[in-house]
Design a protein around this ligand. Structure first.
Ligand SMILES: C=C(O[C@H]1C=CC=C(C(=O)O)[C@@H]1O)C(=O)O
Length: 448
């Protein structure tokens, strides 16, 4: 099916009647399902809920500066004609899954690993396997158009049968890494960080998140479903995601960072910035965590993010509150984290909040425009969808988006991993290099 593009007028309500049907099945391993599903494929896991989805009942794509608005309006037009079988749990309702490129005018020259990833793309999956937090698993089929109901019924029958007879054998080890190429290399990184620090000392820039890319040539064919399953085991508390558009590469990761969730008028987000490593013993872990809590550099970097998020939410909110700052401990790094919640004054759509919050200074910087300019002028690789909003939204305008860090894009036997660090006035290039290497580990470990 051709993606719906542009404004509401391109969406014919007669063509977009949605029918959703579902059936409860026994537990199914996510990797095995992903291997079976057609493209475009998406996977999403949060808070005990796991979705693996494939095929498209409808696709929305958008490019350029109005992309958030375009997607929201096309989504609203699409959802207007939906019918959902009444026996389905909330987790199986129609949702659009996808995300955005980091920059609004992302250059897709047709030759990079980002080929096939537009500035924004969302898919209403034809088939989903949803494992809900209560332990139940559902096969869900969705179809659009005049014969939506009968197509959804047929699709459900076919997929419930296929899912029941899945072979769950997946490669147990990673494909192995033959060659690594860093962009920039360590000397180039040093120059970039020094130039950013100089810019901060000289003028009005306060913080910029500089990132780098690590391209790995793989020894064996990569099974993204197997890597996704491995990330799900190692990072159960992170958002795991996979976006595999038709005919493009596969973008995946396990990110600790929520961009925003909207549930009615309640908004949840967080500041996550300031990092240190993990220790070899519980005592060393504690020592590193308390050093992080007390570090003036990390506190400054973190507080800039908290203040910016509050300011970004302010125009929407009747109240904003922040929780206690804690240390979030992951498998290879520890971060300073502050939860932020807000109550909306009106029923703003989650995509309006995504637009307001992206990029947070945890992946962009401050002031935002100057930081973005610095990133564009400095970085020598394509961010594509790295550090961008990925997630879902539904017919009510509720949704959850994560920040797509700890991620990689893969095509064939090659994967490019991304990682970045917040640079402030007293950043040291060597320490920043070491810290960035820790952020490659989640994906790297799954590939080795
Ligand atoms: C930009 C990344 O991390 C951000 C999130 C947490 C901590 C960060 C930091 O300490 O610099 C970064 O702002 C990344 O992982 O690529």
């Amino acid at each position: 099916m051709e993606p719906l593009r542009g404004d509401e007028s391109s969406v014919d309500p007669g063509e977009t009647t949605i029918a959703t049907r579902g059936r409860e099945v026994g537990p199914v391993p996510v990797g095995a399902v992903l291997r079976e599903l057609p493209r475009p494929a998406v996977a999403w896991s949060e808070a005990g809920q796991q979705v693996a989805a494939g095929g498209s009942a409808a696709t929305i794509a958008a490019d350029g500066p109005g992309r958030f608005d375009t997607v929201r309006r096309a989504g609203e037009a699409l959802f207007a004609g939906r019918t959902v079988a009444s026996d389905l749990p909330r987790a199986a309702r129609p949702r659009l899954f996808g995300g955005f490129a980091f920059h609004e005018d992302d250059k897709d020259d047709g030759q990079s690993q980002w080929d096939g990833f537009p500035d924004a793309q969302f898919v209403l999956p034809a088939v989903q396997v949803v494992s809900d937090a209560d332990g139940s698993t559902w096969v869900v089929a969705t179809a659009t158009g005049p014969s939506a109901a009968s197509t959804a019924d047929e699709r459900l029958g076919e997929w419930a049968e296929r899912v029941a007879s899945l072979d769950d054998e997946l490669p147990t080890g990673g494909p192995g890494i033959e060659r690594r190429t860093y962009t920039p290399d360590d000397a180039g990184w040093r120059r970039q960080v020094e130039a950013a620090v100089e810019r901060i000392e000289r003028g009005t820039l306060r913080k910029v998140v500089l990132a780098q890319a690590l391209t790995v040539d793989l020894r064996d064919e990569l099974s993204v479903p197997a890597v996704y399953a491995r990330l799900s085991e190692t990072y159960p508390d992170c958002f795991r995601f996979l976006v595999a558009p038709e005919g493009g590469g596969q973008f995946f990761g396990a990110t600790p960072e929520r961009l925003v969730s909207r549930d009615g008028r309640t908004v949840t987000t967080e500041a996550l910035a300031g990092s240190t490593g993990r220790g070899d013993t519980p005592e060393e872990d504690e020592w590193l965590a308390s050093e992080l809590q007390e570090s003036a550099k990390d506190s400054h970097e973190h507080e800039l993010v908290v203040e910016a998020i509050k300011a970004q939410l302010d125009p929407f909110a009747t109240s904003i509150s922040t929780g206690d700052r804690t240390v979030r401990r992951l498998a290879t790094v520890q971060h300073l984290q502050t939860p932020v919640t807000a109550e909306l004054a009106e029923d703003d759509h989650v995509l309006s909040l995504v637009e307001a919050l992206h990029p947070t200074p945890a992946v962009g910087g401050l002031p935002p425009d100057e930081a973005l300019e610095t990133i564009t002028e400095t970085e020598t690789f394509e961010r594509g969808w790295y550090a961008s909003p990925v997630g879902w939204f539904d017919a009510d305008g509720d949704g959850t988006f994560a920040v797509a860090i700890r991620s990689a894009v893969a095509t064939g036997r090659r994967a490019t991993l991304f990682a970045g660090n917040g640079i402030v006035g007293d950043s040291d290039p060597d320490r920043e290099w070491d810290e960035v290497q820790l952020k490659y580990r989640p994906v790297l470990d799954a590939l080795e």
